[in-house]
Design a protein around this ligand. Structure first.
Ligand SMILES: Cc1cc2nc3c(=O)[nH]c(=O)nc-3n(C[C@H](O)[C@H](O)[C@H](O)COP(=O)(O)OP(=O)(O)OC[C@H]3O[C@@H](n4cnc5c(N)ncnc54)[C@H](O)[C@@H]3O)c2cc1C
Length: 619
């Protein structure tokens, strides 16, 4: 599995670039057909046996290491000229091997929007079938129900490869979170994954209830099938370029394989050939980069980077959308542990690790799982917008201005932005979509300089899940190892920061509510008691808000004239056998963490590719 000596003459029917969430799910499904051969090339290692990967409580500890590098954005003009960081998994499993294990789907209508943007068949009810196909859902135990875990049977699947279950260990703050939201008249949802949004509940996690280990895409989709002789998952293989057959007149471009090298040895370039298809699953930053380096993208951008332009496709790397989050942090007077406890006390960390490895209990078994969505009414109450309707009106009234602005920065296409904003505005009008997800870190999650030795903290995160800002990512070199230019233009649309001003008010209510987190609160530390005026709050937000590491849209599935990169069959425009399958194809952000939506894309893509095989290649 970690072979780096593949012979340069190797040929497979399907060659997949990137062994993350989508890449491994797709490889597993395609290789169910014994008549085809599949290779996955992943530039990172197989680290599934590392504590930092399999122990749920280690969430976040891989960030900033080689397993999950932080890639910098350009200085963000509307965020105090800061360069923010976007984390991306670089190992088998991709994001699912290093992420927070949080399992959400967002609302059904998030996916209806994809169809409304010109992608027949990509709607909520269709994708929800695929979401269920991913899951091996384990209903909550009586003890888990006791602490607030809820579920509806028909929202879940039972036969999928990814174990989804609730944690056994809950921090004491979790019950207080539920009490806070209940005090503020949030609806207690019967299941956070049933496709409705407004309300709160406990999320399940990608967790095997027997081993109490993370189930990432490698553990779920590949490890049980390593005996398949038609599937080769190659770690430590960096792909530097897609290769094409010489173009014949105006015929679509045909991918013939990939150029790769053992990670770290770029002077040892070799080739793996593809008989049928090459599929790029390198993530929302990696996929547009590989397309551009291979000559597919805006002709000007590609040529300026020293790459021969093969297909002039300006949508590549544009339409970038990302979630960003703000925090409200207070110290707490709880006597129990917080998420930071094991990281500041070596003795406790060691004791807990022994408890985890021996009994599968304790702090290392748990990960964030308290989440909610206010209705637009709850969010905007007492603000200038008053209601979702007013917010929608303001989006509509300024659409032309912003469509022209983003087109002038080459971040998007005027008609696309108009359509996206019209959909988003209508969701607010229906009081359906909330622009904010709120979630709890039962510990310190801020951006300041906490005194973790002497204080305990609790953090309410408020995530902007329907951003109006648009940005881009492009190459400026022909070398895959050179970082791309990443400019998400965070907060460039002023209504994004308006939402965070409103959600700070709400987060402050949640963290002080009693009964609720207010019972444990011994004083706000971030933004801080001194941040009271709206001007000060806006300035604090600009200087402290961070990426939630959920970029999408950079190889968008859209009609070509709207800036699309791939068709509804996920085929790159102008090619006959090159697809993109990962988070980059989402044409519009969803109100969810991205792992499950990305698995859903991969499951649906697998069916599309299997059908194409039957029609095109099977003799
Ligand atoms: C730290 C972190 C925490 C997160 N928390 C959550 C969470 O709790 N819940 C949730 O739902 N979502 C979460 N997410 C988001 C989620 O994990 C990602 O959106 C998801 O992994 C995207 O899947 P993907 O298949 O598009 O890309 P990835 O999973 O990132 O996979 C892309 C893979 O391609 C490889 N690759 C890239 N370029 C090349 C190349 N040239 N050659 C070979 N290989 C290449 C990369 O190494 C990577 O393994 C988190 C993300 C991060 C980074």
């Amino acid at each position: 599995q970690q072979d780096t000596n593949t012979s340069s003459t190797d040929t497979y029917d399907y060659v997949i670039v990137g062994g993350g969430v989508a890449g491994l799910a797709l490889a597993s499904r395609i290789s169910e057909n014994k008549d085809v051969t599949v290779a996955v090339l992943e530039s990172g290692p197989n680290a599934n046996d590392q504590f930092v990967v399999y122990a749920p409580g280690m969430y976040g500890q891989a960030v900033g290491t080689d397993l999950c590098p932080l890639v910098p954005t350009t200085p963000q003009e509307n965020m105090g000229n800061r360069s923010l960081s976007i984390a991306t998994g670089r190992l088998l499993g991709g994001g699912s091997a290093v992420n927070g294990l949080v399992w959400t789907r967002g609302g059904l209508k998030d996916y209806d929007a994809w169809e409304e943007l010109g992608n027949p068949g990509w709607n909520g009810s269709n994708l929800f079938k695929y979401f269920k196909k991913v899951e091996n859902f384990h209903p909550p135990t009586p003890a888990q129900i006791e602490y607030g875990a809820t579920y509806q049977k028909n929202a879940h699947g039972k036969n999928g490869p990814i174990d989804v279950s609730f944690t056994n260990y809950e921090f004491p703050q979790s019950a207080k979170w539920n009490a806070s939201l209940s005090s503020l008249d949030f609806t207690a949802l019967p299941d956070l994954l049933n496709g409705t949004l407004a309300g709160y509940s406990t999320t399940p996690n990608i967790l095997d209830p027997e081993t109490v280990q993370r189930v990432d895409s490698y553990a779920g989709y590949i490890a049980p099938y390593t005996s398949r002789s038609n599937l080769n998952v190659l770690a430590n293989h960096t792909v530097s370029r897609i290769q094409f057959a010489p173009q014949n007149g105006s015929e679509p471009l045909k991918a013939t394989g990939v150029e790769w090298y053992p990670t770290g040895n770029k002077d040892q370039k070799q080739t793996i050939k593809a008989r049928y298809e090459v599929i790029i699953s390198s993530g929302a930053i990696g996929s547009p980069k590989l397309l551009e380096i291979s000559g597919i993208g805006s002709k000007d951008i590609v040529s300026a980077a020293g790459v021969e332009s093969l297909i002039d496709l300006p949508g590549v790397g544009s339409n970038m959308q990302d979630h960003v989050h703000a925090v409200t942090v207070s110290t707490t007077n709880i006597t129990g542990y917080t998420t930071n406890s094991v990281f500041v006390n070596e003795t406790l960390a060691q004791e807990q690790r022994e408890e985890y490895e021996t009994n599968k209990t304790g702090i290392w078994t748990t990960t964030p799982n308290n989440l909610g969505y206010p209705t637009p009414e709850q969010l905007f109450n007492g603000t200038e917008f008053v209601s979702g309707k007013e917010f929608a009106d303001k989006i509509r009234n300024s659409t032309d201005e912003w469509a022209n602005y983003y087109a002038s920065t080459n971040a998007t296409n005027v008609e696309l932005l108009k359509k996206q904003y019209a959909i988003v505005a209508s969701r607010y009008e229906e009081n359906y979509l909330s622009p904010i997800e709120i979630n709890l870190t039962p510990g310190y999650g801020g951006t300041g300089s906490p005194d973790l030795q002497n204080n305990k903290y609790q953090t309410v995160n408020h995530v902007l899940i329907a951003p109006l800002s648009r940005g881009y990512t492009h190459i400026n070199s022909s070398d895959i190892e050179e970082p791309s230019v990443i400019n998400p233009q965070y907060y460039s649309h002023p209504m994004d920061i308006d939402v965070h001003v409103a959600s700070t008010k709400l987060a402050r209510e949640i963290i002080t509510a009693s009964p609720g987190l207010g019972d444990l609160n011994s004083g706000e530390v971030e933004p801080g008691m001194n941040i009271t005026s709206e001007d000060d709050l806006r300035s604090w937000l600009s200087n402290n808000v961070r990426s939630d590491w959920h970029p999408v849209g950079t190889c968008a599935m859209l009609p070509k004239e709207l800036g699309g990169v791939v068709s509804p069959a996920l085929m790159v425009y102008g090619t006959s056998n090159l697809r993109v399958v990962d988070a980059s194809i989402m044409p519009l952000e969803v109100s969810s963490h991205l792992m499950q939506p990305t698995y859903g894309i991969a499951e649906k893509a697998a069916d599309i590719i299997k059908n194409a095989y039957k029609n095109q290649y099977k003799n």
